[in-house]
Structures are given as structure tokens and as C-alpha cells.
Design a protein around this ligand. Structure first.
Ligand code: HEC
Length: 433
């Protein structure tokens, strides 16, 4: 006791003013942590008050020193991203000092006013809301396979969407959600019935923009802590008349059974639309990851036949995903790294958003390189003795470098990625190995 008091006195002298929760720590939590660490959000514990935060002081120190919190995986020296979550050095030091100096409360009068978190839709009042037709029962334990619902839009005419937001009703059990657009005539997930959860059994299933048997585009996505991204004025996504929304839901069991009924809110474009925003991908579905391989490389690339504006990138792999990088190779041969994720984490499906659209001239190639860790050293590896191929189940893998692009209205996917002369439409997808 005496020793501890002496240490505290020394600490207090060393820093003229000791680090306290209310004065120093709370502002950092408000800015960098509470978006997830508050009731109803993704994180299991709230960092709103001294009482609820104090028990986590040591764990917070470890998490920020290790860089595991806040979740952000881009290599700092490559590119700049508007949604960069990294903690500034000063804030990190403050959290460490607070934990090391006894996690003091300080004077509640020093606290900043509480943040008034958005309770309703982040995009503002939606013009229309699509809802899952029934609750999904999320079990307390066990693995929940990717689950799909179809929601017909019943749009009688083509619609331009300037904002869309996915809102799970229970965020604690939702890993991620993607609201895909399935255009009329598409054969993708043809077995899915309105009103019922669907778990695809087929092997050839795949996610994302491109081939036959895949989604045509994305409307919106949700991942823990994600903030619905606003498009620039004059930009919008096109939803053709008669399209369906296909929700892909990845639930996680948390030890407590729950129900979720996810909704998608949509705002239609108010003004004239000049640029169409859509999702494309460089993906490879032909790979074979050998048993035990610690860093098996898989590549994919796409070349734009038209100029495009690159808005964001979202690498996607499963539990054996180890690293993922995007680079642009320009028509003059110059190459530029766009994003490097050296330690990919399947738990966080992050989107890396560029500060402003990056113009890529016609002839630019996007090259993605992923590595997969199928060794026993990968703690998430369900079976190092397996040979692993593409598939949507968590014991299978995916290699998809998704990205958002903006193009002048009227330019279509097949203008950007002209189909190869002979074979059928492998539109955005280019496979190689
Ligand atoms: C994008 C959402 C998000 C943000 C932002 C975030 N956290 Fe977390 N945090 C989580 C989730 C979800 C968990 C639950 C465990 C997991 O899934 O990793 C968690 C777990 C933790 C844990 C438990 C131990 C651990 O490392 O897993 C600590 C400590 C923690 N967060 C501290 C912080 C601090 C400090 C900040 C801000 C500087 C922060 N988090 C910001 C989502 C977030």
C-alpha cells in the first residue's frame, strides 16, 4: 500500500498533472473507440463511463500497444485513407500511461460533454426501407453458415441511389452484411425464395461483381464500426427496374441466442447524376492452396478498357487469408502500390476509402496479390492438412480484391471490362494462376 502510494506520488510529480479518465482518457475514447464500444454496437463492452472502462485499462494498454485496437490493417506507408482508424501516437501514450499509473478517475467536472451518437439512420431519413421478411434466429453457439435473404425491390423503373445503409437489429451477432443487387434475368442464387433464409449448398457459388451466377452490383455493406459512406454530389448507384436485393449475412454465435432482422435504408438521388458508382473486383477462383503452405501466393488482375475513378478498396479472404495488396500498373508501365494489408484479419471486413477519387486512365491494370496461411501456425486454420479451393464456406477460401469505381453515366461494366472474344461473360473477373 505504502509503495503504491509512493509510486503514485512520484507519477503525479513527474507529470505535474496525472493522467485521469475524465480529463485525458475519455476524449480519446469518444473519438476513437465509442463508435463500437457503446451499448448496441459491435464491441462487447462499453467505454462510456469510468466504472465500465476501469476494468479494461490493462487490456486497453495491451490492445493499443499491439495495434489490435482500433482495428485497422493497412500498412501506414502505402496510400492515405479517409477512414484511417489508427490511433495517434499521443493518444496511445496517454492510454498506456493511464493504465500504468493506476487508471485514476480524476474529476468528473473535467469530462468533455458526452457524444450524442446518431440513433437513427446515419444517412438521414431514408426514402424507402427494405426489411428482412422474418427474424433470423442466431444460435448461442456453433458456426453459422453464410445466410441469404432475397428482398424484391419492386422498382417499376430504374432508380439512382445516392445513399444506402444496412442496419442489423442486433449488431452484437452480426459479423458482416452485404446488400447485393441482383438484376432481373440473373441466375444467381436461383433457388432462393422470398421470406425464407437460404444457405447455398453449391460449390460454384461466389460473391461479387462479375460472372454469370454472381451479383450484379452492391448496394451497401455493414461491418462493425462501419459508417455508411456518402457518395459525392452527382454520384449514385443504379438499381435497375425489377432488381432484387440479396442480403448476405454472416452471423456469429456469441454464447447468447439472439434474433436479428436487418434493414436496408435507401435514399434516391435528388439532383442530376453524372457518375455511376459500382463495385468491381479482381478475383481468382481457380487457386489450389496446398496442405500446410505458410504463405501461398494467389494473384488476380483486371485491366480497364475505359478511364475510371477509383474510390475505395475492400480485400476479401477467409480464415487462411494472410496478406493482401493492390497495385496499379499504368499504361506507361509505371506501377504504384495502392494498398497493402500485411496482416489480414478475417474478423474485420474493412473498406479502405481514398480521400478523393483516383483517376485511372484506360489501360490501367489493377493487380492484387494475396497470400494464404494453410500451416498449423495459423490459429484460425480449421485443417492444415486440407487442400483448399474457392468456396463461400469458412473452411473454403476466397480471393477477391473488391473496389468501388465511378464512371460517367452510360458506361457499362462490359464497356469497362469487354468480354473476351470467344467465351462467355467473365466481366469483372479475371482469373489467372
Ligand atoms: C470498429 C469497432 C471498434 C473500434 C473503433 C474499437 N474497438 Fe475495441 N473491440 C471491438 C470489438 C468488436 C471487440 C471484441 C473482440 C474482437 O472481436 O476483437 C473489441 C475488443 C476490445 C478489447 C478487448 C481485448 C482485445 O484486444 O480483444 C479492448 C481492450 C478494446 N477493444 C479496446 C479498444 C480501444 C482502447 C479502442 C479505441 C482506442 C477500441 N477498442 C476501438 C471493436 C472496436
Amino acid at each position: 500500500m505504502v509503495n503504491k502510494t509512493i509510486i503514485l506520488i512520484f507519477a503525479a510529480i513527474a507529470h505535474a498533472a496525472p493522467v485521469t479518465f475524465h480529463k485525458d482518457v475519455l476524449p480519446i475514447l469518444q473519438k476513437h473507440c465509442q463508435s463500437c464500444h457503446r451499448p448496441g454496437e459491435a464491441a462487447p463492452m462499453a467505454f462510456l463511463t469510468y466504472e465500465s472502462t476501469r476494468p479494461w485499462a490493462k487490456a486497453m494498454k495491451q490492445a493499443v500497444l499491439k495495434g489490435s485496437m482500433p482495428p485497422w490493417f493497412a500498412e501506414p506507408h502505402v496510400g492515405q485513407f479517409v477512414n484511417d482508424r489508427r490511433l495517434p501516437e499521443g493518444a496511445r501514450k496517454t492510454l498506456v500511461e493511464w493504465a500504468d499509473s493506476g487508471a485514476l478517475s480524476g474529476d468528473p467536472a473535467d469530462a468533455p460533454p458526452p457524444v450524442r451518437w446518431e440513433e437513427g439512420w446515419g444517412i438521414g431519413a431514408p426514402d424507402t426501407v427494405f426489411e428482412m421478411p422474418v427474424d433470423y434466429d442466431v444460435p448461442a453457439t456453433g458456426e453459422v453458415p453464410y445466410t441469404y435473404f432475397v428482398i424484391p425491390t419492386n422498382f417499376a423503373q430504374d432508380q439512382w441511389i445516392e445513399a444506402a445503409e444496412v442496419r442489423p437489429s442486433d449488431r452484437t451477432v452480426v459479423h458482416h452484411v452485404i446488400a447485393f443487387i441482383r438484376e432481373p434475368g440473373s441466375k444467381w442464387l436461383s433457388g432462393i425464395q422470398p421470406g425464407r433464409a437460404f444457405v447455398p449448398g453449391g460449390k460454384r457459388f461466389s460473391t461479387g461483381a462479375g460472372e454469370d451466377g454472381m451479383a450484379d452490383d452492391w448496394m451497401a455493406g455493414y461491418a462493425p464500426g462501419s459508417i455508411p459512406s456518402a457518395l459525392a454530389p452527382g454520384e449514385a448507384r443504379l438499381v435497375k427496374a425489377g432488381s432484387d436485393i440479396i442480403l448476405q449475412l454472416h452471423y456469429t454465435a456469441t454464447g447468447r441466442a439472439s434474433k436479428d432482422r436487418t434493414r436496408v435504408g435507401v435514399r434516391f438521388a435528388r439532383g442530376p447524376v453524372h457518375q455511376r458508382v459500382m463495385v468491381a473486383a479482381a478475383l481468382n477462383n481457380q487457386f489450389v492452396i496446398p496442405p500446410g503452405a505458410p504463405a501461398h501466393p494467389v494473384n488476380a488482375s483486371v485491366t480497364f478498357a475505359r478511364p475510371v475513378e477509383l474510390l475505395s478498396m475492400s480485400p476479401h479472404m477467409h480464415v487462411r487469408g494472410r496478406s493482401f495488396a493492390y497495385r496499379a500498373v499504368y499504361p506507361d508501365g509505371r506501377a504504384e502500390m495502392l494498398l497493402s494489408v500485411p496482416r489480414y484479419d478475417f474478423n474485420w471486413q474493412l473498406r479502405y476509402e481514398l480521400p478523393e477519387g483516383k483517376m485511372l486512365p484506360a489501360g490501367t491494370r489493377i493487380e492484387c496479390e494475396a497470400t494464404f496461411d494453410n500451416s498449423p501456425n495459423n490459429p484460425h486454420n480449421p485443417d492444415p492438412s486440407a487442400q483448399v479451393r474457392w468456396g463461400d464456406q469458412s473452411w473454403q477460401e476466397m480471393m477477391a480484391g473488391f473496389f468501388d469505381i465511378a464512371v460517367p453515366v452510360g458506361v457499362t461494366m462490359s464497356d469497362i471490362f469487354p468480354p473476351p472474344p470467344a467465351k462467355s461473360p467473365a466481366r469483372a473477373a479475371a482469373s489467372e494462376e
